[in-house]
Design a protein around this ligand. Sequence first.
Ligand SMILES: OC[C@H]1O[C@H](O[C@H]2O[C@H](CO)[C@@H](O)[C@H](O)[C@H]2O)[C@H](O)[C@@H](O)[C@@H]1O
Length: 653
Amino acid sequence: MANIDRKNVERIIQAVGGKDNIEAATHCVTRLRFALVDESKVDSKALDENDLVKGQFSTQGQFQVVIGPGLVDQVYDEMLKITGGARASKDDVKTLASKKQNPLQRAIKTLADIFIPILPAIVMAGLLLGINNILTGPDIFYAGQSLIEVHPQWADVASIINLIASTAFAFLPVLIGWSAVRQFGGSPLLGIVLGLILVNPDLMSAYQYADAKLAGTVPVWNLFGLDVEKIGYQGQVLPVLVSAYLLAKIESFLNKRVHDSIKLLVVAPVALLVTGFLAFIVVGPITFAIGNVLTSGLVSIFDSFAALGGLIYGGLYSLLVITGMHHTFLAVDIQLIGSQGGTFLWPMLALANIAQGAAALAMMFVAREQKAKGLAVTSSISAFLGVTEPAIFGVNVRHRYPFIFGMIGSGIAGVILAINNVLASSIGVGGIPGFLSIFPNQWGIFFLGMAIVLVVPFAGTLLYGKYRMSKTGLAVNAEAEEPKKEAVQPQSEVQANSGKLPIDIAAPLSGEIVSLSEVPDPAFAEKQMGQGIAIVPSEGKVFAPFDGTVAHLIKSKHALILTDTNGIQILIHVGINTVSLKGEGFTAHVETGASITKGQLLLEFDMERIEQAGLPVITPVIVPDGQDVIEQVKEYEGPAVHSDTTVLQVTLR
Ligand SMILES: OC[C@H]1O[C@H](O[C@H]2O[C@H](CO)[C@@H](O)[C@H](O)[C@H]2O)[C@H](O)[C@@H](O)[C@@H]1O
């Protein structure tokens, strides 16, 4: 690795607003992470012009300057020497950075962080409920009758499917309790128990509450003259969220004060007792009422300004996906389903997914290069099945106009869905399977919306893309976007062309090799640190791709830098933002400095743990820039078998 120029480090300090503007700084394997006093003092142009800097962006109150593996430690050390500042941990910077977010931003992020880990359970339940809807809904296969009415032998099959499907919704407070207490720093197990308390079958179900209230038959406990309603909180979000917060705080209060020898006897029982009483006496009734007021407020706004609401939510939903804020609306969907029996927001989400997929698909006909075409197709399939990041980041945002046509299509469809009050009975799989979650009597309108989000973004992108090509004479392809990238050629051709020795680098993981552009982190996706590929792993194991040494095993064990016998360095970064797991779920079998042999097991990681934390497991494998020995890097795609499939080919000078 090249030596760093101190002057460039000084320029970085100046560009981020000088020493006094740096509240704390740390670094991970690839970038400097700053908590800055005032981000408006950052001179982006100066950073762009700095040779050491590969990229810059601000996220969640942190300002990140991408330097690249190998160099970043040196730059960080030099920076500390210059500023005289103290080393900070990632947590220090994270805490300071989150203070920079306003309370609303923090609340949004916390909500999203709570709901992301439970999303798979809810989506699974929604899909099964959709199947149940098809079996039990009238007029789908037979006029005026449902399939199980005509074929009663299927009735119990539908009933079992319904039971399996509705469990995640019926016990939703348990899922939220687990995730929320974990997020608030308490014991997830107590969160589960809290959720179970709130839906205990001894309580009257929240779904029967309205009728019982009218009839005056709500059961109560009498606590020394105080009547407390004995009701459960099925389908409610706020009661369990607030109770989970209290539980986590009470638990950590007690943990700090109670002696270790009696912790087991005191902490959990007291925390649960206090929270349980508070939940039924105060928190539950108040938040239940607030939840109902908020949802009916939102419903009446949509009743009065349906078209505008549909245009805004449908049109801008994909922008929310870019910011990651979209998961916050899961809480609103769930609350709407719990208190109104259906959500009008989710159908627009499903169509917004399709719209981005259709726009990406059109790029297949605009792009000329095979790889760009391939990316357009695969990413659009993913969007049609409810996951849009590959289409949005990999294709649409890079060319801008497909993203805009996607938003136009989903805005128009949003208006149509909103004015017809199309509802989803549950949250399901977004994109095309989304119709399964829509009340079957509204499929007609939903399919009309689907036609719009297929046609408008596709036609708009295709026509505008062709027009642009005819104006500029340029084909849109990967090379046009990424001038440095080389096309993949057969090995023999490379040897013949360059006359230099190409070195094959084997896959360090088994799975699917994809383009770096599919990595949901701009530092990798935009190749700010170097060329490479990413692997969507099929198992949580990293193997040595060559004989060499471990140049650096990152403390939190989520990333490794390896050097081969020719001096080529590669970075393997397991997952995205996995530094936040602080080594949890990672087991290293080697240390920094160890010699390695091709095929040797280096690291194991728990894919489920990473996914539960809401983090992607996609693993970039890059050849960091700045290696003077390297002339060119070629990238391969397709299925990968560790230690066998070639993922990269490096030609030395
Ligand atoms: O909110 C429920 C939906 O959640 C997922 O989709 C949303 O998040 C995805 C991942 O960030 C994103 O790609 C997609 O555009 C969002 O709509 C899930 O994939 C959907 O099936 C689910 O309905």
